[in-house]
Each structure stands twice: as structure tokens, then as C-alpha cells.
Design a protein around this ligand. Structure first.
Ligand code: EPZ
Length: 417
């Protein structure tokens, strides 16, 4: 078990490279199941979650190579269509193989992903969508089993906007017979990235990035070479780190286009943001201003940036309110931030943050991916040393975060427990 230690008080400055997006790579790697050729993906982040889905693809019988940031997948001879509990429990996004397996093999048996720290995270919309496409769905012994000789196009309405729900049904529909229309679809950049890769494989998808996506089924998809888009949440996390430490940091390998709401809130809080092709510069000279934030589906303020902004608001002048509308239990980081001295009160979906507290370092516990990022950020400005335990949460979604922060001037190191 590792812990990450951070000694607060260092101003961050310099350049940091942003890795490929975990939440784009996961569905795109799953989409390689839809073809019997060899797909080649670059700019793939080296993360626990990526290794998990690689392990799952191999257990299905695919041939996978993962070298540096390149992943090569050949799913010509799939041996089985089962995603076992011991793999799915490690990463709930494994559910993303369900749609492709039913489309390609007419059958899938996938362990139900339980809930997680941030919420129950049901998959009813994934199953409703597959059933609408004509799959027979059975839930037994903690597994979902889906069968269909050939999926048929349908009109599907998502009661709630679901990112992986949209992605799963998108991947099922591309080989279905006829036309599928998804309504109230997720508009996240990762959904658009998946649709772009599928279209380059020969799919016929229109409207990705809007709430209505139309898919005309095709009989066959060819392999593809594609680069994974930059990780907008990793970028947002480093932008907050720069603003938090009154630093001057330039992010490379990323675009502002997917960070509109985050840039808007950072500027309102007092940061200066400059944008050039492939890079974003974030500085802060003046005081941090408090502000209210409400998480929403894209292009609204992303829930995956909520915990990071809470740290920023804990250091701002005045009171802020953060409203979490996407997940029912995504304030777990609050109790750990309060141990560092933050003044936060949670009431239902709202967290009230009384700012301009000084934080003092202490041992804290990571509970989920973005909560652990917020604890590292808090450590950057807490007086003394903050020890973050259970950093495996962090390693799921941030590539070499301590090396990247250290290069920017942070006093941060990983230690064995
Ligand atoms: C994706 O999760 C991301 N994960 C999450 O990132 C992100 O927080 C989330 O989208 C919201 O943006 C990946 O892309 C791998 P949802 P997902 O389905 O698809 C409810 C991170 O930190 N819902 O959009 O699982 C659900 O309970 C992770 O990288 C249903 O009710 O999220 C939630 O309240 C954390 N039924 C809301 O919809 C369903 O069938 C949004 O969930 C599906 C979802």
C-alpha cells in the first residue's frame, strides 16, 4: 500500500503535459470488440483502470499489446462473452463491454457493477436501451445476461442523462438492423470521441454531442487507428492547482474547448487564463473570490471537478455553495477536508464552504478518484505535511500525478506504508 505525502506552501510554476482521457479510452477500447481486425490507439493513459479493461479484453480472448501510450487490440477470435465478477468489481466501467459483445457475439454475460462510494450507480438505463434494441435480458446470480440474434434499431429515451449508458447503447446500435435514435443522450466530449472512432470504423452516427443521436446500423466495422483525446478532468485538476497556489502553470497537449465551464468558474474566482493552440496557461495574482457552483451534465460544470473546486473555495474570501446534482453521495471528501481545517457544512445536495480558512496538514483517507485528487490539492496549500492514504484511488485516474506536480515545484513524494 502506498501513501502520498505533500508539504504545503510551494507555488506551482512551469509546464505540465496532460495525458489521454481515461473516460474516452475506456469506451474506445471496448469498441475494438466490434471488429475482427487490429485496432491501434495512441495517447492512452497508463492508469489502473486502463490495465483493468485490457485484462478484461484479454479474458474475452482478444489479443492486446500495451506499450508506452499505445494499445493494440485484435478481437478476431473472442473465446467467450463473459465479464467475470473478479474483473468487473475492480472497475465498474467494465459494463461498457456489454453492448459491443451483444452486437458482435449475440450474447453477453457481465457481472453487475455494484455501487461505489459516490452512489448506487444503477445500470437500468443500459439494460432498458438494450431491451429496446430487442435483446433478451436476464438478471441472475449477480450477473446480467443479454441475448439477441440481431439487434434491431429503435427509438430510445434516456430518463436520466447517462454517459456510459449512451456509450453502451451507441456501441450496440452500430451493428443493429435499421435506425436507432437516442434521445436525452449524453453530450460529453468522450461520447463524441467514441462516435468519431466508430464512424471511422464504418458506422453511421449523426448528432453525437447533441441530445439526439441517430445511428443507421451497418453489417460490418473495420479496424481503426485513433488517438485518445486529452483528459479534460486531469487538465481541470492542474488548473485548480495553479490557481490554488497563486502559481503560473502552462498545460500542454490539451484544448480549452472542453473546459468552458471550468475556465469560466476559475476566471470568476480570480485566475487569469490564456489559451494558445494545444496549451492553456493559468495564473493567479490577486485574492481568490468565493462563488457558487452547480454540477450539471456537459456542457455544464462537471461533477468530476466538484471536489477539486471545493478546495479552491475553502481558500477563497467569503462563503460559497456547491450543489452536486449528478451523484447522491459525492461529498465524502468533505469530512477529510474538515480534518485539514476546512469550514464546510453539508445540507442535502449542497455544501456550504466558509472560505479563507488556513489548512493544516494531517493524515487523510482517499475514498474515490476525484476526492483523492482534492486531498492532494489541499495538501499543496496546507501548513505542514499531509499524508493521503489509499492512493490506489488516485492511480485509477491520474498518471504519475506526484511526478507531474513535483516538476511544477510541489514538495510531494510517494511512500510505502
Ligand atoms: C461517467 O460515469 C464517468 N465515468 C464518471 O467519471 C462521471 O462522473 C459520470 O459519467 C458523470 O459525468 C466514465 O465515463 C467511465 P452516468 P457514468 O451514467 O456513466 C444515474 C470519474 O471520476 N444513472 O452519467 O457511470 C447515475 O446514478 C468517473 O472518472 C441511472 O440512474 O455516470 C447518476 O446519478 C466518476 N441509471 C447519473 O445517472 C443508469 O442506468 C449520471 O450517471 C445510469 C446512470
Amino acid at each position: 500500500m502506498d501513501k502520498i505525502c505533500v508539504e504545503g506552501g510551494k507555488r506551482l510554476e512551469g509546464q505540465v503535459g496532460i495525458s489521454g482521457a481515461k473516460n474516452a479510452a475506456l469506451p474506445i477500447l471496448a469498441s475494438s470488440l466490434l471488429t475482427d481486425g487490429t485496432c491501434r490507439f495512441t495517447n492512452v493513459p497508463n492508469l489502473r483502470d486502463i490495465h483493468s479493461i485490457v485484462q478484461l479484453l484479454e479474458s474475452l480472448g482478444a489479443y492486446v499489446e500495451f506499450e508506452d501510450d499505445m494499445v493494440l487490440v485484435n478481437a478476431a477470435s473472442l473465446a467467450n462473452s463473459e465479464a467475470p465478477y473478479e474483473l468487473v468489481r475492480k472497475m465498474r466501467a467494465s459494463i461498457l463491454v456489454l453492448g459491443p459483445l451483444v452486437a458482435r457475439l449475440q450474447h453477453a454475460r457481465v457481472s453487475l457493477p455494484g455501487g461505489c462510494a459516490i452512489g448506487a450507480r444503477p445500470i437500468n438505463l443500459h439494460l432498458k436501451g438494450l431491451a429496446s434494441l430487442g435483446a433478451e435480458i436476464e438478471l441472475q446470480h449477480g450477473y446480467v445476461e443479454a441475448r439477441a440474434k440481431r439487434l434491431r434499431g429503435a427509438e430510445i429515451y434516456f430518463d436520466t442523462v447517462s454517459v456510459t449508458g449512451t456509450e453502451n447503447i451507441l456501441m450496440a446500435a452500430v451493428l443493429a438492423e435499421g435506425v436507432t435514435v437516442l434521445r436525452n443522450a449524453a453530450r460529453e466530449p468522450e461520447v463524441v470521441a467514441l462516435a468519431n472512432v466508430l464512424n471511422r470504423m464504418g458506422a453511421d452516427i449523426q448528432g453525437a454531442g447533441t441530445a439526439v443521436i441517430t445511428i443507421r446500423g451497418v453489417d460490418f466495422l473495420k479496424p481503426v487507428e485513433a488517438a485518445i483525446i486529452p483528459d479534460r478532468i486531469e487538465a481541470g485538476t492542474f488548473m485548480v492547482a495553479a490557481a490554488l497556489t497563486a502559481g503560473d502553470v502552462t498545460l500542454t497537449g490539451c484544448e480549452r474547448e472542453h473546459l468552458g465551464a471550468v475556465c469560466d468558474k476559475l476566471q470568476q474566482a480570480g485566475a487569469q487564463i490564456e489559451q494558445r493552440p494545444g496549451r492553456i496557461r493559468v495564473r493567479r495574482e490577486g485574492p481568490l473570490a468565493s462563488l457558487d457552483i452547480r454540477t450539471q451534465t456537459y456542457p455544464g460544470f462537471p461533477t468530476d471537478m466538484q471536489a477539486q473546486f471545493m478546495v479552491l473555495m475553502a481558500m477563497a474570501n467569503g462563503q460559497s455553495i456547491i450543489t452536486e446534482t449528478i451523484f447522491e453521495n459525492r461529498f465524502i471528501h468533505v469530512s477529510e477536508l474538515k480534518r485539514l481545517g476546512a469550514d464546510i457544512v453539508v445540507s442535502g445536495e449542497n455544501a456550504i464552504i466558509r472560505g479563507q480558512t488556513s489548512l493544516s496538514g494531517a493524515p487523510v483517507m482517499a475514498t474515490d478518484l476525484r476526492a483523492s485528487a482534492s486531498l492532494v490539492l489541499a495538501g499543496l496549500v496546507a501548513e505542514g505535511v499531509t499524508e493521503i492514504h489509499r492512493v490506489y484511488h488516485l492511480d485509477r485516474g491520474y498518471e504519475r500525478i506526484e511526478a507531474k506536480l513535483k516538476k511544477l515545484g510541489a514538495s510531494i513524494w510517494r511512500a510505502q506504508i
